[in-house]
Structure formats: structure tokens, C-alpha cells
Design a protein around this ligand. Structure first.
Ligand SMILES: *Cc1c(COP(=O)(O)O)cnc(C)c1O
Length: 369
């Protein structure tokens, strides 16, 4: 079986984990947490890093950090992971959707402009599958209407927009270090911001909002979203190799693109002139008129020992959100089509040339049949 993803670890992860065990520092009270925060923040060129237990928690922290109030609206793409919507509704906010661009699968920024109301407080662009959102129009809207920009950069470690790292452009950003992300800590996440007040709120919320004076007096309700020293130790070791990992991702993507470019009926990932795509997952969309949808392609590949994953299902098609009365009658045609026609191919860091060739040959056979 060629798995859809496989993390890449070395002796450094083992050595640093061994240090945690040997010294007994296994909780969030350990030296690797701050070290990892500093390394990750400085890699992105951002002042403050706040490590948390996963990417979903990181998004929740960003919403707490901007002090979202009930009834406030946050504009986000329909095509994303449900974590974005959960973070907003958890705080009583209202997710307001845009469709995505058909080539980058990222937020359509013209639609974001059209959805601004007096209740809008923030825009949440999601850098999809490693490709950055076109951030200039987003930042211009934020400036004009006095909004926060929350970047979801979970899939875009090291990706760049006009030479700037994803997660360093908006007011605050969220990352995930789940096992399939570019660097991993098993489970894990990070919030980045240049704002000291927001960083302080984020740190407090992550740690149950302990008050400054009395040790168990809490001025606000926080969460326990702390990252452990064990996770951070792995994170430090992974950060030492992040640039190498991105080179591997880009090299594998280039080979996929070369081998698939002459297969008819398949849309391949793009890299806009202003973008550095890190190709977190090599994603393809099958043309509707080929009669092959993502599910049948996934099944065919599975019988040939090749693992894939389907694209996200749009927020407006999520029963849990519809049941809250959200998105009634709303349609997002691009999100709907790619949700049915899109899938991503094996993209792990341990993938070999032979494996990529096998995947591409299989796709070619299936499309020609
Ligand atoms: C993975 C991911 C998350 C959530 O991260 P977890 O660590 O799995 O909670 C959030 N947003 C996007 C875009 C993701 O891909």
C-alpha cells in the first residue's frame, strides 16, 4: 500500500524525546515548549508564538484573542475544514461564507468584499493545500473596514505570498502539527501574532485564564489547550528540517505535475506567480464531464494499493451547521463541485520516485478506461 501520508522522523526526535523522559519534563512545563514557540515564530518572521494542543484549538484561540462577541460575523471560505466554523460558533459568532477560486481553491476575495456587513469583525482566509490566498485584497478590506485578518495556515508551513511567509501577513494566524502536516508533533498547533495584547490573551486562554494575583481565581473562562514538552521536543527536531521537507514536497509535486500533465480530464494544482506553493498535499480535480468522480477514482486507486483522501465538504453542506439554521439556501458552486471531484494523492515525505510513477500510471489507466 502507498499511504496518502507518512511523517518523516530521524534520530533527533528520538534524542530530544529521550531528554524529556530522562529529565522528567513531560508536561507543558518544560523547556522545549518555549524553544519550539520561538523557532516557529522566527521562521515565519512573527514576534509571538503560542503553542497549543492541536490546530482546531489554535483557531479557537485566535477567535478568543480578537475577543469576538456573540453575533459578530467572520467571513471564511465555504471550502475548508469544519474547525474554522467551530471556532466562530463556539464564541457565539456567525460564519459567513464565500466560494473559492476554481484554480487555487482558496477564498474568492471579491466575494469576501461583497459579504461585509456592519457586524463583520474578521476575515479568515485559509491557505489551501499549501497554496497561499491572495492576501493583498484581504488586507485592503481589513484596513478599509477595520477588521481582523485571521490566517488559517495549517496546511501552509513555509508557503509564501509575495516573499512573505503564510501566517505572518494577517493580524493573527493558526497552524496545525497533526501527523499529516508539513512538520508534525503528532497532535499540535500554534498561534502566531505580532500583537503583544493578542499574544497575552492567547496565552491566558490557552491556560484556563489563570488570574495574575490569586492562583485559582479566573477572571475569564479559558481552555486547557497546552502543548506538552514531549510534543514540542518533536517539533524542535522537525523545525531543524523544515526547509528540507519543503524541498521534498515541491520536488514530488513537480514530478506529479510532469507525469500527469498529459492525462486528459484532470486539473492539477497551480502556483500563482506571486506564490510559493508548498504542496502540502498534491491535489487533483477530475473534470465533471469525464464521468469519473473522486469517490470512484479513490476506490479504483485503493484496489491498486494507493491511498487517497477526498476534498473537504463545504461548510454550507455540513449537517451540524445547517441544523443551527446557518447557510439556508446558500450555494457555492465551485466548492460543491470540487468537493465531489477533488482528491489528494499520496504526498508523504518518504514517497519514492517509483511510487509516484506507479500512482500516475494508475491514474492514466483509470482515466483512459
Ligand atoms: C489540519 C487543519 C486544521 C486543524 O488542525 P488539527 O490539528 O487537525 O485540529 C485546521 N485548518 C486546516 C486548513 C487544516 O488543514
Amino acid at each position: 500500500m502507498i499511504p496518502v501520508n507518512e511523517p518523516l522522523f530521524g534520530n533527533r526526535e528520538k534524542a530530544l524525546l529521550g531528554e524529556c523522559i530522562d529529565t522528567g519534563w513531560v508536561s507543558s512545563e518544560g523547556p522545549f515548549v518555549q524553544k519550539f514557540e520561538k523557532m516557529f515564530a522566527s521562521y515565519a518572521g512573527v514576534e509571538h508564538g503560542i503553542a497549543v494542543c492541536n490546530g482546531t484549538a489554535a483557531l479557537d484561540v485566535t477567535i478568543a484573542a480578537i475577543n469576538l462577541k456573540p453575533g459578530d460575523e467572520v467571513i471564511m471560505p465555504a471550502f475548508t475544514i469544519i474547525s474554522c466554523a467551530i471556532a466562530v460558533v463556539t464564541h457565539g459568532g456567525i460564519p459567513v461564507l464565500t466560494d473559492v477560486e476554481p484554480d487555487t481553491w482558496c477564498m474568492d476575495t471579491n466575494q469576501a468584499a461583497a459579504r461585509i456587513t456592519p457586524r463583520t469583525r474578521a476575515i479568515m482566509p485559509v491557505h489551501m493545500y499549501g497554496h497561499p490566498v491572495d492576501m493583498d485584497p484581504v488586507m485592503a478590506l481589513a484596513e478599509k473596514y477595520n477588521l481582523y485578518v485571521i490566517e488559517d495556515a495549517a496546511e501552509a508551513h513555509g508557503a509564501e505570498y509575495k516573499g512573505r511567509k503564510c501566517g505572518s501577513i494577517g493580524h493573527i494566524s493558526a497552524f496545525s502539527f497533526y501527523a499529516n502536516k508539513i512538520i508534525t508533533t503528532g497532535e499540535g498547533g500554534m498561534v502566531l501574532t505580532n500583537s503583544s495584547p493578542m499574544a497575552e490573551r492567547a496565552r491566558s486562554y490557552r491556560n484556563l485564564c489563570f488570574g495574575p494575583d490569586r492562583q485559582f481565581s479566573h477572571p475569564e473562562l479559558g481552555r486547557n489547550y497546552r502543548m506538552t514538552n514531549l510534543q514540542a521536543a518533536v517539533g524542535v527536531a522537525q523545525m531543524e528540517r523544515i526547509d528540507e521537507f519543503i524541498v521534498i514536497k515541491r520536488r514530488n509535486a513537480a514530478l506529479y505535475t510532469e507525469l500527469l500533465s498529459n492525462v486528459r480530464g484532470i486539473q492539477l494544482p497551480v502556483e500563482k506567480p506571486w506564490a510559493k506553493n508548498v504542496y502540502w498535499m498534491y491535489s487533483i480535480v477530475l473534470d465533471k464531464d469525464t464521468g469519473v468522480d473522486a469517490k470512484s477514482m479513490a476506490n479504483e486507486l485503493k484496489t491498486r494499493g494507493i491511498g487517497t483522501r477526498p476534498f473537504f465538504t463545504g461548510m454550507h453542506e455540513q449537517p451540524a451547521l445547517q441544523n443551527m439554521g446557518l447557510f439556508k439556501g446558500e450555494r457555492y458552486p465551485v466548492s460543491e463541485e470540487i468537493a465531489r471531484q477533488g482528491l489528494y494523492l499520496p504526498s508523504g515525505l518518504t514517497l519514492t520516485v517509483t511510487q509516484i510513477e506507479k500512482v500516475c500510471t494508475a491514474i492514466k489507466e483509470i482515466m483512459e478506461a
